[in-house]
Design a protein around this ligand. Structure first.
Ligand code: AVJ
Length: 328
């Protein structure tokens, strides 16, 4: 049975486009990247030589899956995941958990129905004892609900540096919202990309978001293609240049799409609302993404301010990425 996409997704796309493109500076929300084409481009990004995040987090999870599950104690667990995507890295933890208990419920929560279907199909067919119950939801705009099978503790996952997309106050709101579903004995595993340091240059960061093959540029421009597809807008994607900038003051990579020349774009009247005309000056940008990079102190402060008690942090030897285990 396919995971049904609500009609309201189209309305949400339209609302974002109308609001973000009439703001100064112009913005579009990064969740708009993840339609079918964008989700595929993101999967490609995760295999790029410059994009160290995914493979580094995978190596941390592989090295420490047993430690993480041991930190949950002896009670059987259920695993829930915010922003699960295709959940390829999650398989490491799911497999390790099914070795400790015969049956495991996994609840991936995501805005992409195609990713959720792929996750369910590939995980259920490869991990005996696993039941996948996908939830198509936007955990930013909707309250979260996690099912708790009788007698289980919840291990909530928010990995992949997804939290990096949000401002500090939004990040706190997401974790506080998640915390309402958790009780003593439950835990959160948070994956964060780390700020530049002795073994990590700003250049390493910028290259991760501006790869030589141009996959990230295509991913960024796909947001315009999506508005063309979903709302019949008429963006000329190639008239916008991909830009990745390091904003040191905010400790974040920013992605922008810069108009190569003056542009006028229209979104016609359609079922989602009235027509809109958008003007771009030469060089004007649409800010499409923030990807925050954390220090160890910033991770602890965020978790503590959201009602969690961080107890262990796992890192790769180069301190590129961190996975933090916190008790509820
Ligand atoms: C999926 C939000 C973790 O910020 O690194 C990858 C998205 N953007 N390349 C990130 C992304 C450009 C990614 N996250």
């Amino acid at each position: 049975m396919p995971v049904a996409e609500a009609l309201s997704v189209l309305q949400a796309v339209a609302n974002e486009a109308r609001q973000g493109l009439s703001s100064t500076p112009k913005t579009l929300s990064p969740w708009l990247f993840y339609d079918e084409a964008g989700s595929e481009l993101f999967e490609q990004i995760t295999t790029l030589p410059e994009y160290y995040l995914t493979r580094t987090e995978r190596s941390i999870l592989t090295a420490h899956a047993a430690d993480i599950l041991e930190a949950m104690g002896n009670q059987p667990i259920t695993i829930a995941e915010l922003g699960a995507g295709t959940a390829t890295k999650t398989g490491i933890l799911l497999r390790a958990a099914t070795k400790r208990q015969p049956e495991l419920l996994y609840q991936p929560i995501d805005v992409s129905p195609t990713c959720l279907e792929e996750a369910r199909d590939s995980l259920e067919s490869s991990i005996p004892g696993l039941t996948v119950r996908p939830q198509l939801a936007n955990y930013i705009t909707e309250p979260i609900h996690i099912d708790r099978p009788a007698g289980t503790a919840i291990l909530a996952l928010y990995i992949g540096s997804s939290i990096g997309n949000f401002s500090p106050s939004e990040a706190k709101a997401i974790l506080t919202n998640l915390r309402t579903q958790l009780e003593p004995g439950d835990a959160l595993l948070l994956g964060t990309d780390l700020a530049p340091g002795p073994n990590k240059s700003v250049n390493t960061l910028i290259s991760a978001y501006d790869d030589a093959q141009g996959v990230t540029a295509a991913f960024n421009r796909n947001i315009l293609a999506r508005l063309n597809r979903d709302l019949q807008a008429n963006f000329h994607e190639t008239c916008f240049r991909h830009e990745a900038r390091w904003n040191a003051a905010a400790s974040r990579i920013e992605m922008h799409l810069a108009a190569r020349s003056t542009q006028t774009v229209s979104i016609p009247t359609n079922s989602t609302g009235p027509s809109q005309t958008i003007h771009f000056a030469k060089g004007e940008t649409i800010h499409t993404e923030n990807s925050h990079k954390f220090t160890a102190a910033a991770i602890s402060a965020l978790l503590e301010s959201s009602g969690f008690s961080p107890t262990r942090t796992f890192q790769d030897p180069q301190s590129l990425f961190a996975v933090t285990f916190s008790k509820a």
